[in-house]
Write a protein that binds this ligand. Sequence first.
Ligand SMILES: NC(=O)c1ccc[n+]([C@@H]2O[C@H](COP(=O)([O-])OP(=O)(O)OC[C@H]3O[C@@H](n4cnc5c(N)ncnc54)[C@H](O)[C@@H]3O)[C@@H](O)[C@H]2O)c1
Length: 425
Amino acid sequence: MAQLTAAPVGKRLDADRREGRRKIDWARQHMPILDALRERFETEQPLAGERIGMAMHVEAKTAALVELLAAGGAEVAITGCNPLSTHDDVSLALDAVDGVTSYAARGVDDEAYYDAMEAVLEHEPTITVDDGGDLVFSIHEDYPELLDGIVGGTEETTTGVHRLRAMADDDALEYPVIAVNDTPMKRLFDNVHGTGESALSSIAMTTNLSWAGKTVVVAGFGYCGKGVARKAAGQNAHVVVAEVDPRRALEAHMEGYEVQPMAEAAREGDVFITTTGNRDIIVEEHFELMQDGTILANAGHFNVEIDIDALSDMAAEVDDPREGIRAYELSDGRRLNVLASGRLVNLASPVSMGHPVEVMDQSFGIQAVCIRDLVTEGGYATDVHDVPDDLDREVAEVKLDAEGIAIDDLTDEQREYMDSWQHGT
Ligand SMILES: NC(=O)c1ccc[n+]([C@@H]2O[C@H](COP(=O)([O-])OP(=O)(O)OC[C@H]3O[C@@H](n4cnc5c(N)ncnc54)[C@H](O)[C@@H]3O)[C@@H](O)[C@H]2O)c1
């Protein structure tokens, strides 16, 4: 008899859950910071009695953070922060963990996406953990009755921090939030190396094309753009940078990249990667100029950087030549290929796995100590706060320790010299 490949739904779910568990376990084996913090959290139970609501990319590394928070005594409810970045097997495995409820599912429409967000809020969180700010905004706009019970929140990414600072400037923010994104242990590694490595590897795996000899146009030379440009140059691509900030444009020039306005770069690029956190970076006038076969990908938080609606309107035909690639054929026969529907390519492409594990160990180490601090230290005023420097250092020290790297200590004389204004020639 032929081998049956179909399995009952329940069995399939079990198999998916086991696969999700394997992914989480693999990530955990490479996350020494979270491992060290887990030991402390398990003993000290700093989050006992807290309910944590999370909207993040639900994949294996995030799951390791969720498990750490649950081990610290919290009840955690989580959903995705992007409809295409959830790994369903990881979501299933997480939901099976004591104290954790996961509502995240991949590929849901807008209604189901916001239903899941609502379901998280029904747990009446005392702490919110966001990547892009959706939970904070939903609470302020639709669930103001929850505000009184909230101790504080954390925000993972640049775009979320921008939105929160705008809220604070308008006096619209009603509880303290720590800007995890802005601290050195996050931004200098996650945004630069994480986005650089994972955006390039996701594009390469989605297209199966080489970087060597290609002209890669990077829009935005901020933290993410620097990482993308550096890694693309490292793969022997010719890199062109498009910027609006004169200092960052100059920085790109001094680092050896060609700098051009998008309207010029549009003619030359083989691959375009947007990393601005802004909207309308690649629009109709640019599509008009692009070469046949151009690849378009976004690594900024929202899917507003490449104007897909305009491209759709311009297209005579649309088809999907490979999973994760939509080709728009224009009336003159040129085909422009958009990856991952213009959403974060390193998380939303079907083959993408997000940032490397080690990078997220650092980012989520910062998340964990900030969440702990909101509860145990208290006293944060309603505002957007930088990560306290001692917490950033704590995570850096744990990481150095795990890597077996020793560094020098300042002597008392050096400390006194650095702090003094009297020493001179
Ligand atoms: N893909 C990921 O995994 C990942 C990781 C971290 C951050 N992000 C997101 O990436 C985006 C960028 O983050 P960042 O930390 O690099 O921010 P950043 O502020 O350091 O850099 C953004 C850069 O884009 C430039 N810019 C703005 N408008 C532009 C325009 N019209 N044309 C050209 N350049 C323009 C800015 O001048 C700035 O230099 C944000 O949306 C952030 O949330 C994504």
